[in-house]
Write a protein that binds this ligand. Sequence first.
Ligand SMILES: Nc1nc2c(ncn2[C@@H]2O[C@H](COP(=O)(O)OP(=O)(O)OP(=O)(O)O)[C@@H](O)[C@H]2O)c(=O)[nH]1
Ligand SMILES: [Mg+2]
Length: 559
Amino acid sequence: MSKTLYGNTGGLKPSLIRRLERLYRRRVPPTKIISHELAKELSTLSKELNRQIGILLTRRGEVESVIVGDYNQIVIPAITRYREAEGRLRGLRCIHTHFSHEGLDQDDLLDLAFLRLDLMAALMVRADGLPGKIYVAHLLPSGHNGQHYGYLDPVYPWELAEDFQRLIASLEDELERKRPAKEVSDRQDRAILIHVTSRSKSAAAESIAELKELARSAGVTVLDTIVQRRHKIDPRFVVGKGKLSELFIRAMQLSANLLIFDQELSPSQIRSIAEVTELRVIDRTQLILDIFAQRAKSREGKIQVEMAQLRYLLPRLRSRDDAFSRLTGGIGGRGPGETKLEIDRRRIKDRLARLERELKSISAQRKLRRQRRKRKGLPVVAIVGYTNAGKTTLLNQLTGDRLLAENKLFATLDPTSRRVLLPGGYMAIFTDTVGFIRDLPQDLERAFRATLEELYEADLLLHLIDVSNPYFEEQLEAVENILEEMGLSHLPYLRVFNKIDLLSPEEVEILKRRWQAQAISALKKETLKPLLETIAQTLPPMFYQRQSPIFIDHGKYEY
Ligand SMILES: Nc1nc2c(ncn2[C@@H]2O[C@H](COP(=O)(O)OP(=O)(O)OP(=O)(O)O)[C@@H](O)[C@H]2O)c(=O)[nH]1
Ligand SMILES: [Mg+2]
């Protein structure tokens, strides 16, 4: 029986090939990392070939693969078909020969990490062909002081005293202990967040803090956040390969199943990173899409989210199945040669067109409603602001409603309108809208334009700002920029600082003056009166000519 030799065996003498193939018959006692005899055979063979040789050994001490390299390296074949043992290590160890450079190099360690090998060992080949020292590394399950690898002292193969079974058992035990309780890991995604940037530290900190909030809002457990500053983003893996291996080991140490990147990734980057790390990989856009999908309640909201998802998907469809799918062409009137990819694309486009029509008709109904309202002559006050600013809380406070307000980003997707009585006895309609966020994925922005149509008919924009957020200035600017882009900056406009209960009165005074803003706490009804008075004064006088004031003296309307 002969087994495959991996690597380039071209030009090798048949006798050498036979000797290489015979390596498959070797056995190592299960308690040993490698036997002295096998080490000697590898070393002499390597010397005769003048090339590196590597073997992959199973836990039972059988040779799983023999790999022939060149003088400087071996390339380990894809070994995914070898099933993982109970633990999370692969159950295979690699022992390979080295000539000149002593010890394990960076590539060896990357292989150890990415292939989740039990061990990676480099056996030195001496000039006389006899084995020199052997260098052995393993992954460190708990990462003491940011260390990712553990090393055995380099010794000659016959001096290797480590009991291999015991070593592996203790590594896997530690991995097991690090693993979260099963219920937790099943229900919730466990993620590491990554931000790669060439920008300043503070911008990175702000951005990753927001990503963390987004992840939390999506129901993801955040285990760790990693910021890497680079001059250039790696085109393939975004982070450098070394960093990727650290990330991967960190994921293993923490039992993460998800990597969330703060920047938009190209489809091929997602694929490369997912392939190497065997973890799920998503970017910020995908995360926001997921949140929106979880939240969408109304038909309109659902349509908008689905459209955004389809638009996101469209350029990400792969052409991998092209060769097979050509078979589907030519039947049922489709032109021959139409690929599955094209069919998928067309299906998505058809669906998009259908959704678009449905959305249009909903938006027409909405317009009708608005016109009816207009006819009644009520002014419209639109509450806008960064997500989580407290917009829904404010509307609830003003109306005594119980719309969902919670400490999550994008709690509200569907616009809601309510009548509110202003001081002086005049009615106004207040609308609550979807929150803004900086760098909103374009697909989503497009999708939610329809919801934001309301804003164009507003008579006053109330910009609510969570002034307790350490990044409120950036958020304020982001919202004002979006309003400007949307062509809404001509509307009467009030800046309103919310959540002032979390700040000292002195701070509030300073900020109010600096930003020419009103200040409230949407949780405290008594803080709202001055705001409502300002609103009543800011609204164009024509509304008051059309309405006759309503005087109601029960509690709900008194501010
Ligand atoms: N301390 C404090 N918390 C507030 C105040 N106003 C709102 N909150 C809290 O802030 C969180 C977000 O409030 P929401 O009303 O859901 O915010 P939103 O602007 O509607 O957010 P989205 O719908 O997600 O865009 C909730 O946990 C509120 O209880 C306030 O004045 N003070
Ligand atoms: Mg809300």
